[in-house]
Design a protein around this ligand. Structure first.
Ligand SMILES: [Mn+2]
Length: 333
């Protein structure tokens, strides 16, 4: 992969640029897509930010939200733009399988793919880019890209709001070890550009429906199983339980972190059943490597302390399999 700075010279004249992010986009995927979108528009490019599927409602406060094109809803609009684009940015994912329905479109693309991402072990399909798993978020890396291009001065309130949102959500509100001095330095610059951080926190965290809060109460009191001897907590939810609370897209977000707030717990899993598909979301503290666990056993991956995966077994069988794996994990002894 060639250094991303080489792209800057190629963007001196107006280009047509597609921005893509991963399936089931989160605050960092959308924050980085829209932050880069606003920046590239300011530089005179024609830009389309494309998501593989729908975006959770809680992100609708982000400036530029209405410009996002959902590939599932508007496949031909997105495909036509990608086919005619000069460049395709790939944000917050490291492998074309992460864009689901969009994968064949990107695989067929003849343009150079440009990666900005902080997940481990990127695939080799990207011509230019930057992959750095020590970074807090793709949003931080988009800011670094703008800065390296010599454009920190033109960052505006829109860009600041988008960049801040992804740094906020990917660091668990600036508490994970990836929250470096650089993250706080960037925030200082964003504040000088008019960032209203309190409005972002309100939009992201104080935006629950009553259903969601009651669902949370149900999960914590009835569905969380804690295994003190394994320093682990598991939440498993059937599709019936999810339907009962009329959950919306994104309503299980953050749930996986709750077991980790219990004294002595170093590993947490959220296992959900959705349309016959079993998904796992894994979190850990310290030296418990959930990226390897997800890759080895659940056809997934991610970061050292946060990863996801899938299972072809039933919900009950998946729980049993996970418990067996945890039993053998010496970091949990
Ligand atoms: Mn991210």
């Amino acid at each position: 992969m060639k250094p991303i700075i080489e792209v800057v010279a190629q963007l001196k004249t107006s280009k047509k640029i597609a921005i893509t992010c991963h399936y089931r986009p989160d605050g960092d995927a959308i924050g980085s897509s829209l932050g880069l979108y606003h920046y590239l528009c300011l530089k005179g490019h024609e830009v389309m930010p494309i998501t593989p599927n729908e975006v959770p409602d809680f992100l609708s406060f982000l400036p530029g939200f209405e410009s996002l094109v959902n590939f599932e809803a508007l496949p031909s609009k997105a495909t036509e733009f990608i086919q005619a684009a000069d460049y395709i940015f790939c944000l917050d994912y490291n492998n074309l399988s992460r864009v689901h329905a969009l994968t064949p479109v990107l695989e067929a693309a003849t343009q150079e793919l440009i990666l900005i991402d902080h997940h481990l072990q990127p695939s080799d399909v990207f011509t230019y880019g930057i992959s750095d798993s020590s970074k807090s978020s793709t949003c931080e890396m988009v800011y670094d890209f703008i800065d390296a291009a010599g454009d920190a001065a033109i960052v505006n309130q829109h860009i600041a709001t988008c960049i801040y949102t992804g740094m906020l959500t990917d660091t668990g509100s600036f508490r994970f070890p990836s929250t470096s001095a650089r993250v706080h330095e960037i925030i200082m610059h964003l504040k000088n550009k008019g960032l209203q951080h309190h409005l972002v926190h309100e939009a992201v965290y104080d935006n629950w429906t009553l259903n969601r809060l009651q669902f949370m109460g149900f999960v914590l009191s009835q569905k969380m199983e804690v295994f003190p001897e394994l320093h682990s907590g598991i939440i498993a939810l059937s599709s019936e339980e999810m339907e009962r609370f009329q959950l919306q897209n994104g309503d299980t977000e953050g749930l996986v972190n709750y077991p980790l707030s219990i004294q002595g717990i170093k590993f947490a899993a959220l296992i959900t059943e959705k349309e016959k598909e079993i998904r796992l979301s894994l979190r850990s503290k310290g030296n418990v490597d959930v990226n390897t666990l997800a890759r080895k056993h659940f056809n997934g991956g991610g970061h050292f302390n946060a990863a996801g995966g899938k299972s072809n077994l039933t919900l009950t069988e998946t729980i049993t399999k996970l418990k067996e794996i945890l039993n053998d994990l010496h970091e949990l002894k």
